[in-house]
Design a protein around this ligand. Structure first.
Ligand SMILES: [Zn+2]
Ligand SMILES: [Zn+2]
Length: 258
């Protein structure tokens, strides 16, 4: 079965409505999707203001009870991970009637490396990669999240360290396995400067080696990107021996055949 567990609507930094995203999934033969608008404890322009969470819950409910053209609709969120703010994150998550939560690292200290590109030319990239991989492992160990979002986002703007990444990949894959989290194959990286999925093929090989469970997410911000490059993603994971992907209901994981 095909599912797309990562997408944004106009409520955070997406463009389209829930209905448009559902219609696109139906058209593309995707049987299950999950809405994952951003929630961030730090005030950022691309996240849903905390005061609008009720509106988000109501919108997803509306869609679920309306005509979904055969597409099963799940309620997820993409939650920012900040080291030291685990309690506050847990507090918000515990109040949400969600099926799953994607934990994402978009910040190193006060720097939003996902959007503030200028900084890359002024920082120590080697150090940045080490900080990023530490943070993403902390997010897994926090046990706050069901899915680790775009797990090598540090490469987004195609700045790379001078050292080989093998050891960081291996260590992160072992941490994910130990923390029992699911990692998403986030296909949106292909339309970013790095021009490849998150995680990279080399990182994914390590995840497969340690049998880290995976799922699929397009990270679509517009309806036409729902399920983008999924045929390639599925071929890649099957070639590594994956036969199942994870789906969630009320934060309970279940593996389904692809
Ligand atoms: Zn993200
Ligand atoms: Zn996202």
């Amino acid at each position: 079965m095909l599912l797309d567990y990562h997408m944004h609507t106009y409520l955070s930094d997406g463009r389209d409505t829930h209905e448009q995203m559902v219609a696109s999934a139906a058209f593309k033969g995707i049987s299950e999707i999950g809405f994952t608008d951003h929630i961030s404890l730090k005030p950022v322009g691309w996240a849903l203001p905390i005061e609008r969470i009720d509106e988000m819950i109501a919108r997803v409910k509306d869609v679920q009870t309306g005509d979904t053209q055969g597409v099963k609709v799940k309620f997820g969120v993409e939650m920012d991970y900040f080291f030291g703010m685990e309690k506050q994150i847990q507090e918000i998550l515990s109040k949400l009637p969600i099926d799953y939560v994607i934990g994402s690292v978009h910040f190193i200290d006060e720097w939003n490396f996902d959007t503030d590109v200028k900084e890359y030319d002024t920082i120590d990239i080697n150090r940045f990669y080490r900080q990023y991989f530490k943070a993403v492992q902390q997010s897994a160990k926090s046990k706050l999240f069901d899915i680790i979002g775009h797990c090598d986002l540090a490469k987004k703007f195609a700045y790379y360290p001078t050292f080989p990444l093998d050891d960081l990949y291996d260590e992160a894959a072992q941490t994910f396995k130990k923390a029992d989290v699911v990692v998403e194959i986030n296909t949106s990286g292909r339309i970013k400067p790095c021009e490849e999925f998150y995680p990279s093929a080399q990182f994914l090989e390590r995840l497969a080696h340690y049998k880290v469970p995976i799922t699929l997410g397009s990270d679509a911000h517009v309806e036409q990107n729902v399920g983008q490059f999924f045929a390639d993603a599925i071929a890649e994971i099957k070639a590594l021996g994956y036969k199942e992907i994870a789906r969630f209901t009320n934060r309970k994981r279940e593996m389904v055949r692809i």
